[in-house]
Design a protein around this ligand. Structure first.
Ligand code: AMP
Length: 197
């Protein structure tokens, strides 16, 4: 199996985090000789926000409002993670990045710099009703109904722009996944579309 790069995109509650972890486990079994590096933007940012630092304090406010953290922080978190964790041989999964035009540029530059050929974008889409239902059930501190609605409205428009831009760049292969089904069904669909099943 050639070296692969997967970029998981989707609105909050789409299950992209779960499916990125599932894919990481599948790859470990299918290609045991090659490590899998899995970067999760939201988790990394929440970890920094939980630290007792000035940066953590400022991040916590932004995350609790359900807003994007500033570009200087997100790009530096991604870059330092990759600097520490890539050795050139691994499969790479990126979850939760890019979420804006400026982040798209960082993604393009990152793929070029690390010579990641033909990254696959796994776009998991869900309806707003399903997203609201799932996020309320999850009950995370930053998941108040008001925050969720704000994020869902924002993401719908943002995703369309980001996907349109990714689609224009021929290096990316885009997979459209319907995320409104059960975890098992969505997982099967992802594996089938990735031709890993
Ligand atoms: P998530 O775990 O994906 O729900 O992300 C948690 C929070 O981290 C989001 O509500 C944002 O405040 C922030 N965040 C996650 N990904 C990004 C990103 N790519 N750019 C900026 N902020 C982000």
């Amino acid at each position: 199996m050639n070296q692969q790069t997967y970029i998981f995109l989707g609105p909050q509650g789409s299950g992209k985090g779960t499916h990125a972890i599932e894919l990481q486990n599948d790859l470990a079994k299918l290609d045991p000789g090659r490590p899998v590096v899995h970067f999760e933007m939201g988790k990394n940012l929440r970890d920094i926000a939980a630290q007792n630092t000035y940066t953590g304090e400022l991040l916590k406010e932004i995350i609790s409002r359900g807003e994007l953290v500033p570009f200087n922080i997100s790009s530096s978190v991604l870059s330092s993670y990759l600097m520490q964790n890539l050795n050139g041989n691994e499969h790479l999964i990126i979850d939760g990045f890019p979420r804006s035009d400026t982040q798209m540029e960082v993604l393009d530059a990152t793929m070029a710099f690390y010579k990641r050929e033909n990254p696959t974008v796994v776009h998991i889409n869900i309806s707003d009703e399903e997203g609201l239902k799932r996020l309320l059930l999850r009950g995370r501190a930053d998941d108040t109904e008001e925050n969720i609605k704000k994020r869902l409205a924002w993401t719908r428009a943002e995703w369309e722009r980001i996907l349109a831009r990714l689609t224009k760049n021929p290096i990316y292969r885009i997979l459209e996944i319907d995320g409104d089904h059960s975890i098992e069904e969505v997982h099967r669909d992802i594996l089938a579309q990735l031709k890993l099943a």
